[in-house]
Ligand binder design. Structure first.
Ligand SMILES: Cc1ncc(COP(=O)(O)O)c(C=O)c1O
Length: 382
């Protein structure tokens, strides 16, 4: 695209000076035929890789039969997708509402919490990112994005993440919800001890405050289990999903506890495109691929290999879990990220200037991991 045409597009500028035209599993090609190993996944979306055949076929078949119909009609494909997702969600969280983006999934979660508790205050964490719609933005701890709009949101208190003292002293009794990414991604791949999440949930429930886990990045196998929550006694009241849920077809979900779902009235939630048949075919096929390719275990194994390869360099530290990995450098991480790009690897930045993010497809090949580790051995950023 020439410079003049690209001026017509609002919003963030491309991160890399390339124009991508093709993708296959964990690799993408630019307009000059140059290949890149994709450890970024288009914002962590390419969960089943680029152009997965099973997903493509399912979408094509659905488009031929009925490309779209809204919730004005029941659809067998929507019921099957909901059932398949509910079967994998942490116990007790099987009631889902489908929408179109992560921000919308969080917006719905917070809206329900405000409505059901009758409270107007929210709690969130320093370093958080939850999306760009007004409620989601109000719980996003990025002054650059939030401050121009802060007068239109509810009162929000940002607690220090992973800090045991902060959750002992926070006022949960007047808050509708506390929302968190169990592993903060954009904030620099930060996580806490299991005991911290358990205590947070306990304290919130003592105060009648609902707990919302934004699993938009940690869900669907990326951390080496189907969801971050659901193990170690850590189960929220509401869980949100988006990103790779449809392998790149826009789709999101807000999953609720049964008693909360029972209190939500049909007119409280709605969306023209939410639950549309093509998106639902993509969800169903994505879950099938994650299962058939054993992606949850792959995330654990390949994530472990990446972490140990990173750890072999005394100047680097691996952060995170499974295939949601932070590569922490001693100084600024930008030179390493740029050197990796020049060597043919796409990786992500974070808001921590010392942390690069790796969020590859869960269908990542073991040999791509070795190529990245070889590149790390070669590269000596200034
Ligand atoms: C943890 C998290 N929550 C919410 C969002 C917002 O999702 P979307 O951009 O689909 O609205 C993102 C997007 O990056 C995210 O990483």
């Amino acid at each position: 695209m020439n410079a003049e045409v690209s001026e017509l597009l609002l919003g963030p500028r491309p991160v890399w000076p390339i124009e991508l035209i093709r993708g296959r599993n964990d690799r993408v090609w630019d307009a000059h035929g140059r290949m890149y190993y994709d450890f970024y996944g288009g914002h962590a979306v390419a969960l089943t890789g680029h152009g997965n055949r099973h997903v493509r076929r399912a979408i094509r078949r659905q488009m031929r039969d009925l490309l779209f119909y809204s919730t004005a009609s029941a659809l067998a494909i929507r019921n099957r997708a909901a059932e398949s997702l509910a079967r994998r969600l942490p116990p007790g969280l099987g009631h889902v509402f489908f929408s179109n983006s992560g921000a919308e999934a969080n917006e719905n979660a917070l809206k329900i919490a405000l409505q059901l508790t009758g409270r107007s205050r929210l709690l969130a964490f320093q370093g958080s990112f939850h999306g760009r719609t007004l409620l989601a933005l109000s719980v996003t701890d990025d002054p650059l994005l939030r401050d121009p709009f802060k007068h239109w949101g509810p009162p929000v208190e940002f607690l220090p993440f992973a800090d045991p003292q902060a959750i002992e002293t926070a006022d949960f009794a007047s808050a509708a919800a506390v929302i968190l990414e169990p592993i903060q991604s954009m904030g620099g791949i930060r996580m806490a001890d299991p005991a911290w999440y358990r205590r947070l949930i306990e304290r919130a429930h003592e105060g009648g405050c609902l707990v919302v886990f934004d699993e938009i990045q940690t869900g669907l196998g990326r951390t080496g289990r189907w969801f971050f929550s659901g193990a170690d006694g850590i189960t929220p009241d509401i869980l949100t999903l988006a990103k790779g849920l449809g392998s790149g077809i826009p789709v999101a979900a807000t999953a609720l506890r049964a008693d909360l779902a029972a209190a939500v009235k049909p007119h409280d939630l709605g969306s023209t495109f939410g639950g549309g048949p093509t998106a639902m075919a993509a969800v169903l096929a994505t879950l099938e691929v994650l299962e058939s390719r054993d992606c949850v275990a792959r995330a654990e194994t390949l994530g472990g290999r990446l972490a140990s390869g990173i750890r072999a360099h005394p100047e680097y530290e691996p952060l995170g879990r499974g295939l949601l990995i932070g590569l922490k450098t001693e100084g600024p991480c930008r030179p390493l990220g740029e050197a990796l790009f020049k060597s043919g690897f796409l990786v992500g930045w974070s808001r921590d200037p010392r942390v690069l993010r790796l969020m590859p497809p869960l269908t990542l090949q073991a040999r791509s991991v070795e190529r990245l580790l070889e590149a790390l051995n070669r590269i000596r950023p200034a």
